[in-house]
Design a protein around this ligand. Sequence first.
Ligand SMILES: NC(=O)c1ccc[n+]([C@@H]2O[C@H](COP(=O)([O-])OP(=O)(O)OC[C@H]3O[C@@H](n4cnc5c(N)ncnc54)[C@H](OP(=O)(O)O)[C@@H]3O)[C@@H](O)[C@H]2O)c1
Length: 318
Amino acid sequence: MKILATGAAGMLGSGLVPAFVAAGHDVVATDIDLHRPEPFGLGGPSLGHLDVRSRDELREAFDAVQPDYVLHLAAETSLEVSEDDPGHAFLTNTVATKHVVLEAARREVPLVYISTAGVFDGEKTGAYHEWDDANPINVYGRSKYEGEKYVEQWLDRYFIVRAGWMVGGGAIDHKFVARILQQIDDGAEVIRAVGDKLGTPTYVPDFAQTLLGLVASESWGRYHMACEGDGSRYDVAERILEVLGVGDRVELVEVDSGFFKDEFPAPRPPSEIMQNLHLDLQGLNTMRPWRVALEEYLHVHFGHLVRDRTELTHQGGN
Ligand SMILES: NC(=O)c1ccc[n+]([C@@H]2O[C@H](COP(=O)([O-])OP(=O)(O)OC[C@H]3O[C@@H](n4cnc5c(N)ncnc54)[C@H](OP(=O)(O)O)[C@@H]3O)[C@@H](O)[C@H]2O)c1
């Protein structure tokens, strides 16, 4: 298929695009910012400019590419930026999504929209499944959820795929794992991680393979796609220290989210734990336990930080 991908140079796109190319698809990768000349490695597709906030640019891109399929990844993913500037978040995540959807609808092209566990309020005990009611508590979650509604409203053939805490991107990782690794690399002796926010890490290569299977299934609808198991940010940090073999020189201290309220003031749901029930029910869930996936990620992208490879343990998820 000829696929038009938006926001393709981000953490998810940098893994998703090569996986779709390897599966034989012709991917036209676009992003707002072309600062990385070869985001998909040597021989990978080059990156074209497309700002999804511009309806003209969208129309021109659809005209030029004539896609058979759309992967809509572009988003403002910062909760803090979204909270500070709701207009920017709703323009990028909601209105732009509406316009991508309308272009796809006009041409009868199927679409994948990546959404988030952040559409839930986090009050549920136990994991959220696809038929639980959404009730976002911050601007980012609301802006992504309103995008979901346009997808459902205007398209017959779509996948809304909700991801959990993204683990991927290597050098361009700008989320929690990168933050912990940076502190370790800087020689920190004490690292603090939040124990009162629960969620499910989502490893990009696993996500890519599971999404390829889902796309092939043509079993349209709304899906959760997170790794197996759950944990807190503290649990993820603990696993990072364990895999890197630095637990003896770095003290990990569990704090509650109030500790970081100045740096991360946006409200966050207490639980973003998801189960991939819709995938499970159709035998399409190929996501691995997050502890296994995280270990692979650290080896593939941050092998230089792994102190003693011989001490590595291979644990399953919780
Ligand atoms: N990161 C997570 O933990 C997470 C969790 C659940 C779901 N998601 C969803 O997964 C998708 C991919 O996100 P990601 O994790 O890969 O985050 P990311 O690294 O921030 O990637 C998003 C990409 O979209 C680009 N972008 C922003 N505004 C744009 C615009 N107006 N036009 C075109 N491109 C634009 C960004 O460029 P700049 O970097 O230059 O802004 C970035 O390259 C998003 O839809 C996100 O909502 C992410």
